[in-house]
Design a protein around this ligand. Structure first.
Ligand code: GRF
Length: 225
């Protein structure tokens, strides 16, 4: 059973997905602590309802990013966290933070910080990924769970799910469709980490004992009549 620390700034629906998966025994993980940087964020309430310890560390107006992240790392360590899941954490983590959760023998050589992003990286990194996808006019977008490195949404990809962009989509509609997939794949990635099935070679992540991939393609717009 691994101990997960979740960092959230907002609604916390991905936090909820991980909490639910842990509660239902779908992942060999327990959420040991939720750290939030925004007072009143819904993620805090979700954690309290689930009986998970919370740490509120307001970041607004805190100029020293290194000192802030040192405090976050100290809290994560105090809760003996094995894996850090960024779930709508609206901050770039510092190199010292990543160093504190660098690959270890216990993590089978994998970094110990993950993030979920609402696009098929490397497309549309950064803020407003759904808006970027709509503006670009892509037929598919989706979500990506990746290990975190020092760039913005640039770390090695663990799992992605594709989502069609449909006629008439606006940002809320597309975001909602993507979130359904985020809630499916983030717990999956946590479980693979917990099982020690992830391996990192360069920036390529492989999954030990994975089922054979399906080879059929998906078209959008569909040609089916
Ligand atoms: C998600 O879309 C996630 O991909 C992005 O921030 C959003 C967080 O949503 N990083 P929630 O707080 O988990 O509901």
């Amino acid at each position: 059973m691994i101990r997960v620390g979740v960092l959230a700034s907002g609604s916390g629906s991905n936090l909820q997905a991980i909490v639910d998966a842990a509660r239902d025994g779908r992942i060999d993980a327990t959420v040991a602590v939720v750290i939030c940087n925004v007072p009143g964020a819904r993620a805090l309430e979700r954690a309290r309802v689930a009986g998970i310890p919370t740490e509120l560390l307001p970041s607004k107006g805190v100029p020293d990013r290194d000192a802030y992240d040192r405090e976050v790392v100290a809290r994560l360590r105090a809760h003996r966290v094995d894996l850090v899941c960024l779930a709508g954490w609206m901050r770039i983590v510092t190199p010292a933070f990543l160093e504190a959760f660098a690959p270890s023998p216990a993590s089978h050589g994998c970094p110990r910080v993950m993030n979920v992003h609402p696009a098929l990286l490397p497309s549309f990194p950064g803020l407003h990924a759904q808006r970027q996808a709509l503006d670009y006019g892509v037929r598919f977008t989706g979500c990506t769970v990746h290990f975190v490195d020092s760039g913005t949404d640039t770390g090695p990809v663990i799992v992605q799910a594709a989502v069609p962009v449909l006629p008439g989509d606006d940002e809320p509609a597309l975001s909602a469709r993507i979130l359904v997939e985020e809630h499916r794949v983030y717990p999956l990635a946590v479980q693979w980490f917990a099982e020690g099935r992830l391996a990192l070679d360069g920036r390529r992540v492989s999954l030990r004992d994975a089922a054979a991939p399906m080879m059929d393609g998906v078209l959008n717009p569909s040609q089916d009549r």
